[in-house]
Design a protein around this ligand. Structure first.
Ligand code: FES
Ligand code: FES
Length: 214
């Protein structure tokens, strides 16, 4: 039996019209502009770990890929590549950022410190040495990001930058456990080494100030 719509068209007829219009919508248009997939290149000069580096890059290259793929500084890790894990944390102009969320060409002339610039196996940065002493890692994948983040975080506290949990905005923030955990919350450790990471950072900072429990 054939069903008729109010307008007198059969259901089968309506479906045929629908399929035909979908096919027209998805068919490549003869007048469409040609695909433009040739990369646009740019020259950018970065000062990475006290060395000037000039790179010719696709403008879409993230700072993370510029460091890892072009400069072979693979200490900085790619975890999520979406700004969610902190594994790619580096210090740019004194501030910590997620290198996966920023384009290299946005950093012309910037000074950038990666884990390779903080310490070497022979001369560990105090934070690196403290992470070793306190077992602040298991697999170590998050560790370069944790250490770069911790370095800039302690500088933020010294500079009086408040955080979400700073109770008194008229006073300089103090390094309580709650402050430390909040400020490091962008750095995920899938091995769950958090309590040892807190101990390591606290030791380098000269101890925690007693405050509200974290
Ligand atoms: S790799 Fe950048 S935040 Fe995860
Ligand atoms: S030590 Fe394995 S993810 Fe942190």
């Amino acid at each position: 039996m054939v069903e008729q719509s109010d307008a007198g068209l059969s259901r089968r007829g309506l479906m045929a019209v629908g399929v035909a219009s979908a096919a027209v919508a998805s068919a490549p248009s003869a007048t469409a502009a040609p695909a433009q997939d040739a990369p646009i290149l740019a020259t950018v000069t970065l000062e990475v770990n006290d060395r000037k580096q000039t790179l010719h890059l696709d403008t879409r290259t993230t700072l993370l890929d510029a460091l890892r793929e072009h400069l072979k500084l693979t200490g900085t890790k790619k975890g999520c590549d979406h700004g969610q894990c902190g594994a790619c944390t580096v210090i740019v102009e004194g501030r910590r950022i997620n290198a996966c969320l920023t384009l290299a060409v946005m950093h012309e002339g910037d000074t950038i410190t990666t884990i390779e610039g903080l310490g070497t196996p022979e001369r560990l940065h105090p934070l690196q040495a403290a992470f070793v002493r306190h077992d602040g890692y298991q697999c170590g994948y998050c560790t370069p990001g944790q250490i770069c983040s911790a370095k800039a975080m302690l500088d933020e506290i010294k500079a009086g930058v408040p955080s979400h949990v700073t109770a008194d905005l008229s006073d300089k923030p103090k390094l309580t456990e709650a402050e430390l955990r909040e400020r490091m919350s962008g750095n995920i450790c899938r091995c769950g080494a958090y309590s040892n990471i807190v101990e390591a950072i606290a030791e380098v900072a000269g101890g925690l100030v007693k405050g509200e429990p974290a």
